[in-house]
Design a protein around this ligand. Structure first.
Ligand code: ZN
Length: 215
């Protein structure tokens, strides 16, 4: 929610150099700690959770679980903080409500376009416009759409903060298109912790909240 809700924000707790598996090169990193706050009008009021740490490559900006790319000497969470927290943080799955909100915003957007074309014989084109819109958004807006941008969400690979490949995004949108014939199937997102829909499961993707400011 905009007026009152929770917000994830990150602070940099350490910097250094590491071998980035994606760049296959030595890069600078930022080790970030994520915390969740209750906010009112975007002002953090109460800290609710320590979510964990994430290591970001300064070059390709991919986030890693710190323990998988740094040695024990370089990264041991016990030395970095007084309270124990989970250390495998790289993103928070968004909520079903936000996904639904983004979808509705996108549908309004699509219908504005459809109404502009209403004089045309649409037929099957009507379905095609939805498919082209969502696939085009995923590719051009890097895993977002107008609805997702407004609500600060994006599509990511399931296991790391990275834009899925074009093939995966295509797969995702084909399955999404098929599911749109039977919308209740989207409710599958309520049955798992990652809020994955059938089209997310098919493409091994997840929709996450964009991260807050880093300091
Ligand atoms: Zn990198």
């Amino acid at each position: 929610m905009i007026i009152f809700g929770t917000k994830t924000s990150a602070s940099v707790i350490k910097t250094g150099e590491f071998n980035c598996p994606n760049c296959q090169n030595k890069r600078n990193y930022k080790l970030k700690r994520f915390k969740k706050y209750i906010h009112i009008f975007f002002i953090p009021i109460i800290q609710t959770d320590n979510l964990g740490d994430s290591l970001e490559c300064g070059f390709c900006l991919i986030n890693y679980v710190p323990g998988t790319v740094l040695s024990k000497d370089e990264y041991s969470p016990e030395n970095l903080l007084s309270t124990t927290i989970s250390v495998n943080y790289w993103g928070t799955p968004t909520t079903f409500g936000k996904r639904l909100g983004a979808y509705l915003i996108d549908m309004i957007f699509i219908y504005v376009v459809l109404f502009a074309l209403v004089s045309l014989e649409l037929g099957i084109l009507r379905l095609l416009i939805g498919f082209i819109y969502f696939l085009g958004c995923d590719l051009l807006l890097k895993g977002s759409s107008f609805g997702k941008l407004l609500l600060q969400m994006k599509v990511s690979e399931l296991d790391k903060d990275k834009l899925p490949t074009t093939m995966k995004l295509l797969m995702r949108n084909v399955v999404k298109g098929i599911c749109s014939f039977f919308p209740p199937i989207y409710l599958i997102a309520l049955s798992n912790d990652n809020v994955q829909t059938l089209h997310d499961k098919a493409a091994n993707t997840i929709v996450i909240d964009k991260l807050g400011n880093s300091r």
